[in-house]
Design a binder for this molecule. Structure first.
Ligand code: NAD
Length: 341
């Protein structure tokens, strides 16, 4: 039985703990660490059968029985804990993003590349049944030559302003999943980015130095074009749709709802709203990503989302940020060059 430690017992740490206990055979959570340990976390750990609860994640790293750690703490801790964990001989699953700072990601890459331990990054949408079906249609050639990739990604509500201030900005916090999805669906890299954005949902987001609505267009290395539309608030729920269109046709995926019931009356035809947010929509995807992480360790195979997959969306996000600020298309090569990549 593979023994796992969870670092950070907030929203996503608890999701992973729960999915291991319910859905991932061959792994058990031995310990959890969070500096803000409260009764809620202790009760949750007890209910999950987790035997050890620490305030210092180093207690997990020092436990030689623990094979792997899941880094689910706040983003500013990911890169340093990643390096410490690999150095301590642990396989690592790190939540997105590895860091907002490319220099720090480079340091993590160096350590990962020189170690025999697995390092997976938490781009959960790759494990969602809908996105996987679209990817399979593209990969098996059913769409033909890719022309256009369209992604709609809107949250049901904006995060608190305290979160906005430390989020790294919408492109690195929210759109990063969509940048990853463009790479995943196309199997290609982004060459050039042009972004426009504005503050249409909440002026406080603008005062905090961020945007809440954006359109990002991209040119890909394979010749295709991509467009993402983002908004921090959609009144009808979490809107996650995508389409890949090519020479032979198109594959499109829609939202999941709690039922497929269609109510038709004299007033009109009503269907269910999309599932509320990421915890509802992607619970199975979160379980799948951890299951595949565990399988990669047990079978000594490549992880499905590696450290380069962790770096590339940050580069695209920085290109988008620069494009928005300078009101011009920005090549990803320009960003890479600035970091000696
Ligand atoms: N893949 C996804 O869909 C997804 C979804 C949500 C969050 N995330 C990512 O997961 C991370 C956590 O997000 P969240 O929403 O769970 O935040 P959260 O604030 O709910 O939880 C973070 C937890 O980490 C703890 N923490 C802070 N520093 C720590 C340290 N040094 N050691 C151990 N624990 C520490 C905090 O006390 C808190 O309990 C973020 O990087 C976020 O980007 C990813």
């Amino acid at each position: 039985m593979l023994k796992v430690g969870i670092i950070g017992a907030g929203r996503i740490g608890k999701v992973h703990g729960e999915s291991i206990s319910k859905y991932v055979k061959g792994a058990e959570v031995k310990a959890v660490a969070d500096p803000f340990l409260n009764e809620d976390i202790k009760q949750w750990a007890k209910s999950m059968g987790i035997r050890h609860v620490y305030t210092d994640y180093r207690d997990i790293l020092n436990d030689s029985e623990i094979d792997a750690v899941l880094i689910c703490s706040s983003t500013d801790t990911h890169s340093s804990i990643s390096i410490e964990a690999i150095t301590a001989g642990k396989h690592v699953f790190c939540e997105k993003p590895i860091d907002h700072d490319v220099e720090k990601i480079k340091e993590v890459m160096k350590v990962v590349e020189n170690s025999k331990f697995k390092y997976q990054v938490g781009f959960n949408r790759r494990f969602d049944h809908n996105f996987r079906a679209a990817k399979e249609a593209v990969e098996t050639g059913k769409i033909g030559v890719q022309h256009v990739i369209k992604i709609t990604s809107r949250d049901p509500e904006a995060p608190p302003i305290s979160y906005v201030k430390v989020s790294g900005g919408m492109f690195l916090d929210m759109t990063i999943h969509d940048f990853d999805m463009v790479r995943y669906l196309s199997g290609s890299e982004v060459e050039e980015v042009y972004a426009i954005g504005g503050v249409l949902v909440d002026p406080a987001i603008g005062e905090a130095g961020d945007i809440d609505t954006a359109i990002i267009t991209m040119k890909l290395k394979n010749g295709a074009m991509a467009v993402i539309d983002n908004c921090r608030r959609a009144t009808y729920g979490y809107d996650q749709r995508a389409e890949v269109f090519g020479s032979n046709g198109s594959v499109a995926i829609g939202n999941d709802a709690s039922s497929t019931a269609v109510l038709s009356t004299g007033d009109g035809v009503v269907v269910e709203k999309p599932l509320y947010f990421f915890l509802e929509r992607y619970m199975q995807a979160y379980a799948n990503e951890i299951r595949e992480f565990v399988e990669a360790i047990v079978n000594d195979t490549d992880v499905p989302v590696n450290v380069v997959d962790g770096l590339e969306p940050v580069i695209i996000g920085l290109a988008a940020k620069k494009s928005l600020m300078e009101n011009r298309p920005v090549k990803t090569a320009e960003i890479k060059k600035a970091f000696g990549l």
